[in-house]
Design a protein around this ligand. Structure first.
Ligand SMILES: Nc1ncnc2c1ncn2[C@@H]1O[C@H](COP(=O)(O)OP(=O)(O)OP(=O)(O)O)[C@@H](O)[C@H]1O
Length: 278
């Protein structure tokens, strides 16, 4: 299912990006005293600083409900779901069609808001964010990888990777060295100037993964990332996602998939059924 449009997104209350003290803070600046600097092959200083309140989960959902209304009809896509996920893991989400997997992913990525209940990611209560704060949260804290890559066709591979930095008011050129580093890491050092139409499906997905990492996100959300790839290409993309989870310190990778083979590559598989964790 594609991400919800603004018409399906629930209303957001006015609030700031960091309501109350966050349990995690992330920064690309030099780490503050007491923080842990986790440099990785992907990553430069991807710093996650757990605030000492005993809570270490990167994702927490409590009694999460998302109800859609279609005229008179109500669909409970999520029906009181509870979930806790720690960082540094590759987690797959499986379940029957219509179970609520994509809805859960969209809520974790602040693409949508819950009808009731709580969803906290990296210490931020996503249900309390207004649209601007949700957009800022997505830009700084979440990486997205989709089945159909969503690359800009007129831009080169490195420009696609650097694009999120442009929205960070840095010029594309300034972000180029980091974009190229990431492309080299995903095995595309010889394709940096290629446009999407000049790349294979697997290569396009690697560009999308590199792009998802350029803001050093705490969490990477992948919706059917191998759904459009043959099995060998899919396997190499899964290996890359697994590396992303394990080499970035506390980074969490959550992947929705229909493919049991893909799910089995993850450290942990959660099954969603009827809007709950089965
Ligand atoms: N924008 C929407 N408006 C109305 N109903 C929706 C909307 N999005 C999802 N739903 C409904 O919510 C339920 C859960 O949908 P969701 O896409 O989360 O399931 P899924 O497990 O990801 O399914 P699939 O594996 O087929 O992609 C389904 O019954 C779906 O029809």
């Amino acid at each position: 299912m594609p991400p919800p449009t603004s018409t399906t997104t629930g209303s957001r209350r006015s609030n700031s990006i960091r309501p109350g003290p966050p349990r995690y803070s992330r920064s690309s600046s030099p780490p503050a005293a007491g923080s842990t600097d986790r440099c990785s092959r992907f990553g430069g200083p991807a710093t996650i600083t757990p605030v000492a309140d005993g809570e270490q989960n990167l994702v927490e959902a409590i009694d999460l409900v998302r109800e859609y209304r279609l005229g008179e009809e109500r669909v409970r896509a999520l029906d009181g779901l509870d979930l806790s996920l720690a960082g540094g893991r590759f987690v797959s989400v499986v379940g029957p069609s219509g179970a609520g997997k994509s809805t859960l992913l969209h809520l974790m990525g602040a693409l949508d808001t819950p009808t009731s209940g709580t969803i906290r990611v990296a210490g931020v209560d996503l249900g309390s964010l207004d649209d601007a704060a949700a957009s800022e949260f997505r830009r700084t804290t979440v990486g997205f990888v989709f089945q159909f890559f969503n690359l800009v066709p007129t831009m080169s591979a490195w420009e696609n990777v650097a694009l999120p930095r442009l929205l960070d008011s840095q010029s594309l050129r300034k972000a180029k060295p980091r974009a190229i580093e990431l492309l080299e890491r995903v095995g595309l050092g010889d394709r940096v100037d290629h446009r999407p139409s000049e790349l294979s499906g697997g290569q396009m997905q690697r560009v999308a993964i590199a792009r998802s990492l350029i803001m050093e996100p705490a969490i990477l959300l992948a919706d059917e990332p191998t759904g459009n790839l043959d099995s060998a290409t899919g396997a190499s993309v899964l290996e890359l996602l697994s590396d992303v989870a394990h080499e970035g310190g506390d980074r969490l990778v959550v992947m929705v998939t229909h493919d049991p083979n893909a799910a089995s590559v993850a450290d942990q598989t959660i099954t969603v059924r009827d809007g709950k964790i089965a």
